[in-house]
Structure formats: C-alpha cells, structure tokens
Design a protein around this ligand. Sequence first.
Ligand code: DGY
Length: 320
Amino acid sequence: MKVFITKNIPEAGILLLQEKGIKLTINPTENVSSRNEFINFCKQNDALLNVGTNNLDEDFFQQCPNLKGIALFSVGFDSVNIPSANSRKIPVGNTPDVLNRATSDLAFLLMQSVARKSFFNHKKIISGEWNSFNALENLGQELYGKTLGIFGLGRIGFEMAKKCKAAFGMNIIYHNRSHNNNAEKELDAQYVDFESLLKQSDVLSIHANYSKESNELFNKDAFAKMKRNAIFINTARGKFHNEDDLFYALTNDVIWGAGLDVTNPEPMKQNNPLLSLPNCCILPHIGSATYEARNAMAICAAQNIIALFEHKKMPFCVNE
Ligand code: DGY
C-alpha cells in the first residue's frame, strides 16, 4: 500500500508506518503548489495522510476513485465531505483526545492574554512605547468568580472549563447539541440556550466541531448581545465568526477583547485590520502545537493508516 503524506509529521508516526512496510510519499516541497498537483499525488496513492487544510470535497473524491482511506492529522474533520466519503465507503480517521490539553491550554492562555493585555503590552516594549510605570495605564480585568461560557462542551471544552474552574473559580455555563452530564456533575456546569450563553458569559470560548450550520454564528447580532467586558475566544475554526463584525465589536466598545488561534482564511492577510487592534490577540493556529500533542497525533494518524492496510476498522474513525 502507498500513502501520500501532504506535509512532514513527527518521526514517531513515520517510523510506525515504515515498520509495517508501507510505502510513503512525503510531499517534498512542504506546500503542494496547486490543487491539481495535490490531486495528482492522491491519485497515485492508496491512502492519504492529510496535514493542513486541503478541501476534500465531492470533486476531490470524484477525481480520486482509487483512494481507499484518509487519515487526518487533526481532530477536526470539517475539511472532508463526509457524505461523499460514505457513499464510496472510504473511512476517514482523525486524532481525537491527544490534543485536548494542548488546545485548551492555548484557549486559557489567550483568555489571560486578552484579560491582562499581555501581548499588546509586549509589543509596546518592542516598539519603545513603554515610558514609565503608570497607575492608570494598561489595566486589565481579573477573572476570579466570573462566568465562562463554552460553546460546544466536548472533550476540549471540558478541559478548558476544568482549568478555569480550578484557577479562577469561574462559573461554567455551556451550550451544546446535547447535555454533558459529566461536566454538569464534575464542574457544576449549567446548560443554557445560545442567547443566554451570549448574554451571561464574561468569557465565551468556542470548542465545537465546525459545520455549515454554525457558519459565522458569531456575528454582529451575537456580539451585540454579549457583555461589554466579554472576552471572545476562538481556538476551533475561523468560520465560526464573522471578521468584519468582530472588528466592529472590538472597535466600538461592544465587547472587551478577542483571542483567536484560528482565522478565515488561514494564513490571515498581513494587512488584516484585526492585527492592528490592542484588544485582539491572534495566533497562527497553534492549538495542538506541542511536542507531546503532535507526536501523539502522528501516532494516531499512523494507527489509522495501519488499520486500513491490515483491513481492520480505523481506531479513530469518524464515519463508520
Ligand atoms: C485540529 O486538530 O482540528 C486542529 O485544529 C488542527 O487542524
């Protein structure tokens, strides 16, 4: 079996695959320059190990009729048209759980950075704007006893809620497709409707799987319902929020600030006006970027490919 790997991954995963005698084509240029080039690589292989944001839509599946399976190097599988994969009985695997800590750590870091304006103040030192200690400047807000609203309380959201409760005694509210009994029991989390989530949260953090139904759910109307001191955190997918509306909310005192690890598109353009705001902290999609998480992701992805190779069910399959 031959596998196309779109970008290099940690060695732990590569070694597992090589031990099984699986032939790997690791894209030599790191970035496949065009969709045609990407599809050509996929056509020449039995399976794809996809790192990054290639759009695996109906057209992709039509053009790659011999593909037998896909292993994603991500927990999110919004890049794949699952009905198209299902209709061709193509298993799609992801890398769940192993990045829960890393991603929730980053959401926590963004929350704190925005609350205390740390990234913004760091920039001030670099640009020589720090003149003297001033009792009325650079004031942030404390999070003790405030309300954390989680949109999508799954495994990553649970970790974020757990940290916020332990560190700041925050009250946890959440909105989800269904109740999370574990979070209600362990963290005293309270289920609320979407409108209440917007109105009651001091920090609102997105941890849901992206689907078209939630496209730009966080828009002008949503931001208008939020508190003026609210901090908006998105470490999930950039398409959850509307960037122009977020810019308006951040520059018109509608909400306090935002921390984003994801944008739409990625990479974000350098002249994006959000980058110039003192109350917006933006990172380049590094939620899972720890040695621990990325190694474990490589192993999960390799295990999914090996299962395919051995005609077994993928251990982390999203569509079977
Ligand atoms: C994930 O695992 O979904 C991360 O966002 C990387 O895509």
